[in-house]
Design a protein around this ligand. Sequence first.
Ligand code: AMP
Length: 505
Amino acid sequence: MSSPNTSQQPSPNTEKLSSNGSNSPEEDHLLLSSNQNLKPIKHFSDLPLSPKLLTAIGELGWHSPTDVQKLCLLHAIEGDNILGFAQTGTGKTGVFLIATSQLLLNLNHDLPPKDQRKKTNGPKYYPKVIILAPTRELVMQIQEEFEKIANNLPLKATLMIGGLDFDKQAEQLKQHHQLIVATPGRLKDFIQKDYLSFDQVKMFVCDEVDRMFDIGFIREVEYFLAKIPQNSQKLMFSATSSDTLEELCFEYLSQPKIIRVTSDDITPENIIQRAIMCSSENKLRVFLGLIQQHQPTRAIIFVNTKVTAIWLHEKLRANGFDASLITGDLPQRKRTALIRRIKSGQIRYLIATDVASRGLHIPQITHVYNFDLPNEAANYIHRIGRTARAGAKGYSYSLVCDEYGAHLDDINKLLNVKVPCEWYPEEFLDIKLKDLPIKTPAHKPLPEKRQKKATSPKSQKPKATTTQTINGNQPKPPSSNVTGQGKTGSGLISWLKSKIRKKTS
Ligand code: AMP
């Protein structure tokens, strides 16, 4: 690690809050360090916010701060460094966006009149706030939320993500260079092409640091931390802790407030959880029966592998459910379009793996289905935390099959309660399963040469059949040993689909 920070570090230990002077049950379950003089707030109005910012928060429908906001916001606004352990769904984005907005408002207020501002030569811009997130999607979600918060404020952000036009982003930078929301790769590009200097950065936010490390961005995070002024404020948020994270914070975060919101905080009591026992053989029928019975408004369906995700997607569509699929390798434009369609209510069922869905924020999910129980108990909590957000009621149904059922014990242990088990109605087994019709080629006029070839008797192939109905054997999800070596992206998906069709027809 480079440029060690020699300032005194507090112990990174955190312990359960029991003596913060508050006996309210609402605050009793918060975990935080006992020796850091934390200053929890109760209401947004306790914060030194500009009246316009306070109004904007109210207009978002955020009537009271979430736990992580109660603990972090005042410190974030007062300029403390923060290492926050909080997952998606806790309201952590609100922490750094409210703090960022207030900081930028203060800075704008302090600026000299426009014509006296120092003009910079060359293409260099000097951002004041950098928000870093591991995926493009998360960056876009942060930007979206920022636009809502800053709706009536003179604040704008520049988005820097790969997969979108570099020159357009450079053009945007010219207009709004105070705040940058970025993924590491593209941000580094901008620095290396000499568009940016970090010399005036006042606040550096790194969201989902653990995920950043998983993806392999640790060097980039360290590169940015080393570039920003030592006395600038740093806010780091992570769902989990690790040696690497502690080491990095020790090096670069002077006297951080270490704030932890436990996972039980994001397992709201208003999620109704059920485990449905079924054999792997009957899994698909039972699942179709459940969603037919529940008629969810917006559901996310978790599976453990991409192969199962593709298989289930086909089965749901074949059986009349408007399902979509999100995989890690879906191109960014398609992911964005998909999320827009889900948010607008055009898609009711989203099939996802843990990896593909991480950091993805979809509001108003009414039902979470674990078609496969997760291998890691902690992922169960991440998954079900997708519903019952912001005080709403939510449902979670998990199929407990021969393959993954053993994980239920770990989940019960982690939750410290037993997820109630249920049997499905027998009539679910009478559901008739359908398969998608085999695709016929599109009716595009062929070039003349190929038309001749196509009409020659040799090339006449039998036409595709219509929808097949399987009444007999239950098709099985593809086993995980299906390999598609040498195939990538959409090529891999079509290859898998053809394999699955062969296997199940
Ligand atoms: P996050 O954990 O930042 O992804 O936030 C999860 C969701 O909670 C987002 O949809 C936010 O808009 C919402 N949210 C954040 N803070 C509040 C609040 N104080 N009250 C209600 N909803 C909130």
